[in-house]
Design a protein around this ligand. Sequence first.
Ligand SMILES: [Zn+2]
Length: 265
Amino acid sequence: MKIAFTIDFEDWYQGIDLPFSNWQNLEKRLHIGHYKLLELFQKANVKATYFLLGKTIEDHPKMISEIINEGHEIACHTYSHPFIYKLTPTEFRKELQKSKQLIQSFGINYSGFRAPYFSIDSRSLWAMDILKDEGFTFDSSIFPGDAKRTGIPGFNPRIQQLGNGLIEFPISTVKVFNFDFGMGGGYFRLLPYTFFKESLEKILKERHTIFYIHPWEFDIKQPKVPGINRRIRFTHYVNLYSTEKKIKQLLSDFECTTVSDILNN
Ligand SMILES: [Zn+2]
């Protein structure tokens, strides 16, 4: 059993729900985490799956080429990072089509998708049919548990084929007291590494798992925006200094690979 190592490839301001119209005024710092990740993957000889924002492809074509040239897998994370359950089906389709057009200019196509904020839940399951219709073969958006803003408590945590044929690889979660912790992101920074190591070892005894991280989690000096929700501010900025060391350890302790490598083998 292996860990699918995934990156939601976005800049610091794209993960905290700031209006799209403000993005152009905010400092671009994606390169900091981007080059750190490439270096960590090279040293560990690991290929990962990158869920790309269409807007990132537009702004940073050079970084996208670097990811592709390193042999990592490319997948879609929408164009503008919306909550899927706040979109109409038509708006969602446009997000996919715009992103697809952008990635096709690199001579490749997507087969996988992850929703921003894991926002495919019981309110937005209609999105699965649009993904299928737009040619996607796998999705990794469902958080089987309560993630506050999203999640489907009780959802089957294994890789599975949905009714329409799409393959779902749900986010790996673990229960601590009454909280569902996702394997990655803010949860990974908040808790000690040994907790994650033991949880992953336990899950890996019975199934493949998936891990996620963002480039901005390596960016210790990223700007702080006033006025954002306290809980979001906490999960965004907590223990940023610990990311690099923990990821290095994870890559050396476990066998990590792309989503497609797991699905196709
Ligand atoms: Zn995201």
